[in-house]
Ligand binder design. Structure first.
Ligand code: TXA
Ligand code: MG
Length: 361
């Protein structure tokens, strides 16, 4: 299905907006949602492309604007825990414990769905993904419109998720009714997804809320083998995790090695080879190492010790390589623990799992 070309309105809403503050911008956005239209809005993770989750036409429009396969379900965003029972059933005790600690915030849970949720929102599944965002603009938009908002990340399918309104504009201008600018997203990678429908809760997508944080609240959980990197053949339970995703236009490699110097030497050698072949080459580097690279475009993703900084800059950096037109990107690798798990998960997907082991030569 195609989309109709339309005029997209741009508005700004202060990220510090309170419950009492009047906002004619949020009023206009609410009206669009109630009429079945689409509004992109900021969340603490990435920008979302929102429509009325209970209106099948709105979900169809979301798939069309993103160019996304319609078997890939959407997350329903709520602002009131009382709304959860309207869309989900068989909610286990553990889910309430997690909600108490992590909602509103960057955590999505999967439940069996109520019949009221249309198949087009859940991609035909009998389960529904739900999250309560903490970003004031997202929260106030849901609360003021009275609409439960289905929202995938507001990127064109396959591109890196947007972490600023200008990224949304690159992908969605002319395809949706409104874009709300609420500043840069704090975490910069999508929410942690936990499937609550099985015996043992299972993490389907790593995010800012880590396995360790979840286990502190509800005890042992599992990780979908398709995302842990242990299995290259397992089929991910979150349909969206199977698509090539988050990918920049250039071909990307992740370089691992015993020492920083080994990695730097290896990357510089590969950069030189590509340049000799006439290619434009980029390196995704941590701040301290950046000066050591001899590439055409070196982008600093952040300080190695500051994982939140790295996650919040990740997609922005990949989009920046696109803007600079590089053919190849070499990236340093990151620790596979804590928030590093989510960072590596997104980088590996962006690189199509191309990993190079740097040798000590
Ligand atoms: O942080 C986020 O979660 C952002 C912001 C906008 O809230 N949203 C987001 O949505 O990342 P999206 O559509 O880009 O990713 C949703 C993921 C997809 O991989 C999808 O397959 C999975 O969630 N998903 C949604 N409903 C599901 C379900 N019922 N069962 C399994 N996976 C589901
Ligand atoms: Mg997405």
């Amino acid at each position: 299905m195609g989309y109709e070309r339309m005029d997209t309105q741009f508005v700004t809403v202060d990220s510090g907006i309170t419950e009492e503050a009047p906002s004619k911008e949020l009023e206009a956005a609410s009206e669009i949602l109630k009429q079945g239209g689409l509004v992109a809005f900021p969340t603490e993770t990435v920008y979302g492309l929102g429509g009325d989750a209970l209106n099948p036409d709105a979900s169809m429009k979301i798939y069309a604007a993103k160019g996304r396969p319609s078997d890939n379900p959407l997350i329903v965003h709520i602002a009131d825990e009382m709304d959860l029972q309207k869309i989900a059933k068989d909610i286990p005790e553990a889910a309430y414990k997690l909600m108490d600690v992590f909602w509103p915030g960057p955590m999505t849970m999967i439940f069996h769905k109520q019949p009221i949720v249309p198949d087009s929102t859940t991609g035909g599944l009998d389960t529904v993904a739900v999250r309560m965002p903490s970003h004031n603009v997202a929260y106030e938009l849901i609360r003021r419109s009275g609409v439960m908002i289905a929202a995938p990340s507001a990127n064109t399918s396959g591109r890196p998720s947007p972490t600023s309104a200008s990224h949304v504009k690159e992908d969605m201008n002319g395809k949706i009714d409104m874009i709300i600018d609420g500043g840069d997203c704090r975490y910069g990678i999508e929410s942690t997804i936990i499937d609550m429908t099985g015996e043992v809760p299972t993490i389907l997508r790593p995010g800012y809320i880590t396995r360790e944080m979840i286990e502190d609240v509800i005890g042992a959980v599992e990780i979908d083998p398709a995302i842990s990197g242990e299995s290259m053949t397992a089929r991910p339970k979150a349909p969206g995790m199977k698509y090539t995703h988050y990918a920049p236009k250039g071909i990307m490699y992740i370089v691992e090695g015993e020492s920083t110097n080994t990695v730097i030497r290896c990357i510089n050698r590969m950069v030189k080879e590509r340049q000799v072949a006439g290619c434009k080459v980029g390196v995704l580097a941590t701040r301290y190492n950046a000066m050591a690279y001899e590439a055409d475009e070196v982008i600093v993703i952040g300080d190695k010790e500051d994982e939140l900084m790295i996650s919040s800059n990740l997609y922005r950096s990949l989009r920046e390589f696109d803007a600079r037109g590089v053919d190849y990107i070499y990236s340093e690798s990151f620790a596979g623990t804590g928030l590093g798990t989510a960072i590596m998960n997104r980088l590996l997907k962006a690189a199509g799992h191309r990993v190079i082991e740097a040798l000590n030569v």
